[in-house]
Design a protein around this ligand. Structure first.
Ligand SMILES: [Fe+2]
Length: 502
């Protein structure tokens, strides 16, 4: 009996030392192509890491890739996998030094570029609360990957408004992202691509070197003012560098300008745009004040741009030259041109306040989206028209609610999926109340015509977007809540589609 006890004790000790967890953050997989993928991970100490990939999960017949975590990169690394087979599931495991890590998972490479098929992916933005139910639901949909459109945690307040002044804090912000409850395990086997939005960029706002805010005073004379502050260029450089070193992303087009980039999945091409890094002017630049009337007006200036000329040129030529059946623009900021209505109507009711919110909030909030830069937006939409570029769909975030439009209002079909883990998704519902109360606009008819949280329903749950590409026939855009119920769904048919329509 005693001998048996000793044997089991030794066996337990041996198993513990032979197989344990040395990876303390990650893995997270991204940058997937038909022949490769990338993986972020962080170890407790600087280590030599061997990643073993196998097609059947066995320990024989593996491909091995070696990498090193280093002190300079805060014990992180990004491992590049290459020479893989297209559209193939790979199981991975780790050797840290000589020892086996208990973490393992899998990912699937993309089909060959151009290959038509049925492909499902998910999207969403904004996670700041304890409620992580969406991440229980997302894996049930078996997506190829997740497109995260930003506010992937809120380092500007969860760490500090000046977090990006210190590169160690930028590294920490990524450790926090990969440590989100439930999502953390999801990232072991669902690849992700990501673009930061305003709150996971610098100082809580999306300008190149500017922090913007507004202050309103409703005691006595109603007053609104813009608070403009700048930050050092090194803060911006640190977030761009952090993205390239701590996120397993795709090759960037031009990191002096931001983190915009593209990739292809089968017959779809994705263009990720960066609404933060290139926007030079403060929010106030597009507003003017009449002191006599104590009234602000929205007065957009043509030279004030959100995405900037270089990025816009990249996007335009990418769309023009794309041979993909489907072209997705992925952005933190909504593209919907009908949001201009909410800027103009908000200015009309700038002196009316309810529950701490007023028309000036409404107008300035929407003025930081693409509709707040009408010349740049008009020029872009005209380009799409003139060049006869078809089958473009926009995926966006930032707003803290989930809504869609078929393009009749927005200009292009758009899914604004922005409520992965937020305190409330009431925005469209409340805006609709304001629109009805003032008889100025109708949200569902004039802004987001394909529904969403609070539009034709009272579903205010957290949600994500599901996108199904069906060959070169159609794309289904669906908003799915945290209890796996469909909030709203519609199809975008391909311009060449001649079949039956639902
Ligand atoms: Fe957000």
């Amino acid at each position: 009996m005693k001998r048996n006890k000793l044997f089991f004790l030794l066996l337990t000790l041996f198993s513990f030392s032979a197989k344990s967890q040395f990876i303390i953050n990650g893995p997270a997989i991204g940058g997937v192509t038909p022949a490769g993928a990338r993986m972020y991970l962080c170890t407790e100490q600087p280590q030599t890491i061997t990643v073993l990939l196998s097609e059947d999960g066995s320990e024989s017949n593996t491909k091995s890739f070696q990498a090193f975590t280093t002190k300079e990169k805060f014990n992180t690394t990004i491992v590049d996998f290459s020479g893989l087979k297209a559209d193939t599931k790979y199981f991975y495991s780790f050797l840290i030094g000589e020892k086996k890590d208990s973490i393992h998972g899998s990912f699937t490479t993309f089909p060959e570029n151009g290959k038509r098929g049925n492909y499902t992916f998910v999207t969403g933005s904004c996670q700041e609360t304890e409620n992580m139910k969406v991440f229980d639901v997302i894996p049930k949909h078996n997506p190829r990957f997740m497109l995260h459109t930003g506010d992937f945690t809120y380092p500007d307040y969860q760490i500090a408004p000046d977090y990006s002044a210190d590169y160690a804090k930028v590294a920490y912000s990524y450790r926090k992202r990969y440590d989100e409850k439930v999502m953390k395990e999801m990232l072991y086997s669902i690849p992700i691509d990501y673009v930061y939005d305003d709150n996971d960029y610098v100082g809580g706002n999306g300008g190149k070197y500017n922090k913007n805010d507004i202050r309103s005073n409703f005691k006595g004379k109603v007053e609104h003012k813009f608070i403009i502050d700048s930050f050092p260029p090194s803060w911006r450089r640190n977030v761009i560098k952090g993205y390239t070193e701590f996120f397993p992303g795709y090759t960037m087009a031009d990191t002096t300008e931001g983190i915009y980039h593209s990739f292809t999945l089968g017959n779809a091409e994705f263009f990720f745009v960066d609404r933060c890094s290139a926007h030079e002017d403060p929010l106030a630049a597009n507003f003017s004040y009449n002191a006599k009337k104590n009234k602000w007006s929205f007065a957009p200036i043509d030279s004030v741009k959100l995405f900037g000329d270089k990025q816009m040129q990249w996007l335009k030529s990418g769309l023009k030259n794309s041979t993909a059946d489907w072209k997705f623009i992925v952005s933190g900021a909504p593209f919907n041109k009908a949001l201009r209505k909410l800027i103009d109507k908000g200015m009309k009711i700038q002196k009316i306040q309810a529950k701490g919110y007023n028309g000036f909030h409404m107008a300035t909030g929407f003025a930081s989206y693409f509709a707040g830069f009408p010349k740049e937006q008009e020029d872009f939409l005209n380009f799409i028209k003139q060049e006869n570029i078809k089958d473009v769909i926009v995926i966006s975030g930032d707003t803290h609610h989930n809504v869609m439009d078929d393009g009749a209002n927005a200009g292009l079909p758009e899914m604004n999926a922005s409520g992965l883990s937020v305190t409330g998704t009431y925005l469209a519902y409340f805006l609709n109340l304001v629109g009805n109360g003032t008889m100025m606009y109708q949200m569902q008819d004039e802004v987001w015509n394909q529904g969403g949280n609070g539009l034709g329903n009272l579903n205010f749950k957290n949600a994500f977007g599901r996108v199904d590409i069906v060959e070169n026939n159609y794309v289904t855009l669906s908003l799915i809540d945290e209890d796996n119920e469909v909030i709203s769904s519609f199809r975008v048919y391909h311009s060449d589609y001649a079949g039956e329509r639902k």
